[in-house]
Ligand binder design. Structure first.
Ligand code: GLN
Length: 196
């Protein structure tokens, strides 16, 4: 597959490496013509407000929304998860997303004390070491959204990986650990799944 990685801001280089290591062609996406070339898209970690702002500047906001609506597979990590959310809490004023997943995501949810942390978690029966950096969590999901992984805090259990059809989002950054299992799950299972 030709995997595009939105390369406006954030850790897109690590996702390009992950896609190539998993045996796919990986291309940077900064222009609508480049988006049109790819079979699937990865939204990297970074700063969701900046990425949304740049997506508008680079005339990618509507083309990405249109491709999501027509079934393009998309994986978003961290800021990318926020960008895939239909609804956000604690966004900046007027913060836009591409949307697509029927969920409410809370930005910077883990708060100051655990700004960044690492945790082992169960992702579909697989034990993963997950890296969280000023991460969001998923506050609420619609009926068609599957929760794939959660972490517990003093405030309860919080979804940190979700899937809706061909859309996948994680609060954490598998691109930073060299563990390709989440990327492979995206390429092998999510990209070939039904649209929901
Ligand atoms: N806190 C960032 C945001 O709101 C996300 C952090 C990350 O991607 N590591 O966009």
């Amino acid at each position: 597959m030709k995997i595009g990685v939105l390369a406006l801001q954030g850790d897109f280089r690590e996702h390009l490496v992950a896609a190539k290591s998993a045996g796919h062609a990986a291309l940077t996406v900064r222009r609508p013509e480049e988006l049109a070339e790819v079979d699937a898209l990865i939204l990297p970690g970074g700063e969701s407000t900046t990425i949304a702002h740049l997506a508008n500047t680079f005339n990618l906001m509507q083309p990405i929304r249109d491709r999501i609506k027509s079934g393009m597979p998309v994986y978003g990590s961290c800021a990318g998860m926020i960008l895939l959310a239909d609804r956000i809490i604690d966004g900046s004023d007027g913060q836009e997303t591409f949307g697509g997943i029927d969920m409410t995501v809370r930005r910077n949810a883990f708060g100051r004390q655990v700004d960044s942390f690492e945790s082992d978690l169960d992702f579909q029966g697989v034990n993963l070491h997950a890296v969280f950096i000023r991460a969001p969590w998923v506050e609420e999901v619609g009926a068609t959204v599957e929760v794939l992984a959660s972490v517990k805090t003093a405030r309860g259990s919080h979804a940190v990986a979700v899937r809706q059809g061909r859309l996948l989002a994680t609060s954490f950054h598998p691109e930073l650990t060299g563990d390709l299992r989440v990327h492979r799950y995206f390429f092998d299972q999510v990209c070939t799944g039904a649209i929901k």
